[in-house]
Ligand binder design. Structure first.
Ligand code: HEM
Length: 136
């Protein structure tokens, strides 16, 4: 399966409904996994808006409609996160929440592995952007 092709990933994730379900599970994991405590504390107490924003973003990121830009305007993911204290541990905690959330989805294993691999890229870019800012 070529998930990088057009909206193939978006469709394989179950479209907007499937992506929203994934993001709800992701933030539920962040709320409960001990490894995620520090990154959970960086978020507001009420995760409702965080869920909506990440779900909107991932719609476009997977090749579907660009809901984030439509609703919230332009965003550059590394620049947006630059003010946060994100190093390797925080990057890995974020990806761990995503791995656990993916485990709960009815996706083929190949898709779960693909998403985790691809999400490492922006997560690592964030870490690098934060490190670059701190070394200035
Ligand atoms: C590397 C680990 C990451 C950490 C620790 C992290 C942490 C955070 C935090 C704390 C917020 C909420 C900030 C606030 O409401 O004040 C946030 C928002 C957001 N994050 Fe991340 N994030 C990470 C990776 C990612 C990745 C890889 C993506 C995209 C693929 C992403 C997409 C978003 C989006 C779309 C928002 C909402 C932006 C907005 O408020 O408009 N994040 N993130």
């Amino acid at each position: 399966m070529n998930y990088g092709n057009g909206d193939a990933t978006f469709r394989a994730c179950g479209g907007e409904t499937g992506i929203r379900r994934l993001v709800e599970c992701f933030y539920a994991k962040m709320d409960t996994l001990p490894e995620a405590q520090r990154i959970r504390r960086m978020h507001p107490a009420d995760l409702g808006l965080s869920i909506d924003k990440l779900a909107c973003f991932l719609c476009g990121w997977t090749g579907g409609p660009r809901r984030y830009e439509e609703t919230y305007g332009p965003i550059q993911i590394p620049v947006f996160h630059q003010r946060l204290a994100i190093g390797e541990a925080e990057r890995d905690a974020w990806l761990l929440c995503m791995a656990h959330a993916l485990d709960l989805q009815p996706y083929p294993d190949e898709l779960k592995q693909y998403l985790l691999r691809e999400l490492f890229v922006p997560a690592e870019r964030i870490r690098q952007a934060v490190a670059a800012r701190r070394s200035r």
